[in-house]
Ligand binder design. Structure first.
Ligand code: NAI
Length: 510
């Protein structure tokens, strides 16, 4: 079938999402029929869109002709029967399986069987929605993100009965409206809401382990790892009323897979009405429209710095650390063992400082560990063991701040802040690739566009080094006993064979 045959589109449910979907389709020259069960809602949506087109014209983003043509492409209809003649109907009604099934049953009966039926659901199974239809092959997911015109990603989801040509038609349509179609299997959270589970849940684990306050964890991930927002800022922005049901739903749908496990703290916060920005209090307190507070750790005075002895778990980390210490003008001990005065700095991967001190045979009272997964130019994260003396902590803090760089001091935990977060994100993406939920290219693109991460997780994993990430996960798994850190087979095999994480399987699935 000609992919451009999807020319006449019905949109059912003209709330926030339905309007956005209608907008980009009308702007792409498609004829859109708007229907909503609530009287007057579809007309109000058309009026709202007329105002949007006028505003875009005013700002010079579209020509007056494009504005009037887009509006002409929008037509309000008062019944589902009026959608006959559409080649595609996109549903964007309430997120409730029975209600959606009720609508799809009606559409399946009313509309010619060549009409493609798509749901914008973000959490329900496409297969379950299609199961009430006589022709489930024509049902697919078309998951847009909010706000639709700005979020250029659409997950195109095939249920177990969806016909391949339906996916192809939807893929072509998404490209036609200028968005990126990421093809996903019908799997809990599809790609984005699945891949996004590591960031927040790992931050909650760190908080519960008491290794650092909220603002410090956010700052390290934002300023040290390049995320636009820290995980707690993000949770506050989305609101717990929205994010907690998604977390719980993905966790339950995967039969309580520990990788997706939320944290009981969220239940407590929800019960106390600490939903985030919208309630004035979440992980941060919001006065007026004020931003989340920044984090400050004052640099201690330390006129007499001790010599420094260095060890590391790999060459990259050790080299990075030595280069920084030379730049800072530190007195570096080069002997095989530290002197009795030396501050011992360990470039550890996956260990906590206590374990790292034992591994490298250093005095825990004089040992700190430093995260060298990333470059050390912007931010240095130092981790102390429970035995590290205060004077040694202060000396390390002062030394690593000597060039004006920012130092984050944290308590002992396996894998620092950045290592454990990035290793978890990459590991999860590897698992998604292993399960064949989406292609490597679509996983990376969906995460970049849908979650705004600085890189796609698989390409990022290659850049960080799959072998280093594997070591981090293996040690975290060994030391914590928590199965959430078990390395994905996709990651382990590629790391062990020295292959790229972006390398798909050579053998085609049977
Ligand atoms: P909304 O509440 O703004 O709009 C829903 C609209 O559907 C309302 O106008 C309502 O009158 C209408 N409606 C309800 N039941 C209906 C029925 N049986 N027949 C026809 N119209 C009906 O909701 P929103 O935010 O636009 O979400 C719609 C869908 O999109 C949900 O399934 C949601 O999960 C999904 N979604 C929402 C995102 C978001 O950020 N809001 C992001 C991605 C997906």
């Amino acid at each position: 079938m000609n992919p451009h045959s999807l020319q006449r589109i019905g949109v059912v449910g003209t709330g926030a999402m339905g309007q956005g979907i209608a907008q980009i389709m009308a702007q792409a020259g498609l004829n859109v029929l708007l229907f909503d069960a609530r009287e007057g809602a579809a007309s109000a949506a058309r009026e709202q869109l007329a105002a949007t087109f006028a505003k875009l014209q005013e700002k010079g983003r579209i020509t007056p002709q494009a504005a009037s043509e887009a509006l002409e492409h929008l037509q309000v209809v008062n019944s589902l029967q009026a959608l006959a003649g559409c080649q595609l109907v996109v549903e964007a009604i309430v997120e409730n399986l029975e209600v959606k099934q009720g609508l799809f049953r009606q559409l399946d009966e009313l509309l010619d069987q060549t009409t493609v039926l798509a749901s914008n659901t973000s959490s329900l199974s496409i297969t379950a929605i299609a199961s009430v239809c006589k022709h489930p092959g024509r049902v697919a997911g078309l998951h847009f993100f909010n706000p639709v015109p700005l979020m250029r990603l659409v997950e195109v989801i095939g249920g177990i009965a969806t016909r391949p040509d339906v996916i192809e038609q939807l893929q072509a349509l998404v490209k036609r409206v200028g968005h990126y179609p990421a093809i996903s299997k019908d799997s809990p959270g599809f790609i984005v809401n699945h891949a996004g589970r590591a960031f927040g849940t790992e931050a909650l684990r760190m908080l519960s382990e008491g290794i650092a306050p909220v603002a410090l964890i956010d700052a390290v991930l934002r300023d040290g790892a390049g995320f636009r927002m820290g995980p707690f800022e993000l949770l506050d922005l989305i609101g717990l009323d929205v994010s907690l049901p998604v977390m719980e739903s993905v966790y339950r749908q995967f039969y309580e897979e520990p990788r997706y496990r939320p944290h009981p703290l969220l239940q407590l916060m929800q019960a106390g009405g600490h939903l985030g920005r919208k309630s004035g209090q979440g992980f941060y307190r919001y006065e007026g429209k004020g931003a989340a507070p920044r984090w400050v750790q004052p640099v201690p005075q330390c006129p007499q710095l001790p010599p420094v002895w260095v060890a590391g778990d790999d060459d990259i980390g050790r080299t990075r650390l030595l280069a920084l210490l030379e730049h800072l003008g530190a007195e570096i001990e080069r002997g095989p063992h530290p002197s009795a005065e030396a501050l011992c700095v360990l470039a550890s991967l996956g260990d906590d400082t206590a374990e790292s001190a034992l591994r490298h045979d250093t005095d825990p009272a004089r040992t700190v560990a430093i995260d060298t997964l990333l470059e050390l130019d912007s931010l240095r994260c130092l981790m102390v063991s429970p035995a590290t003396r205060m004077d040694m902590q202060n000396a390390a803090h002062a030394l690593f701040s000597a060039d004006g760089g920012t130092v984050a001091m944290i308590r002992d935990s396996c894998g620092f802040i950045v290592q454990r977060t990035l290793a978890s994100i990459v590991n999860l993406a590897c698992d998604i690739a292993q399960q064949g939920i989406a292609s490597v290219a679509d996983i990376d693109m969906a995460v970049r566009l849908g979650l705004g991460y600085p890189q796609g997780p698989l390409a990022w994993g290659d850049q960080l080094g799959a072998t280093r990430l594997l070591q981090i996960l293996q040690r975290m798994h060994d030391l914590t006993g928590d199965p959430r850190y078990r390395p994905s087979g996709w990651l382990r095999r590629r790391a062990r064979l020295g292959m790229s994480l972006c390398q798909p399987e050579n053998l085609m699935p049977a």
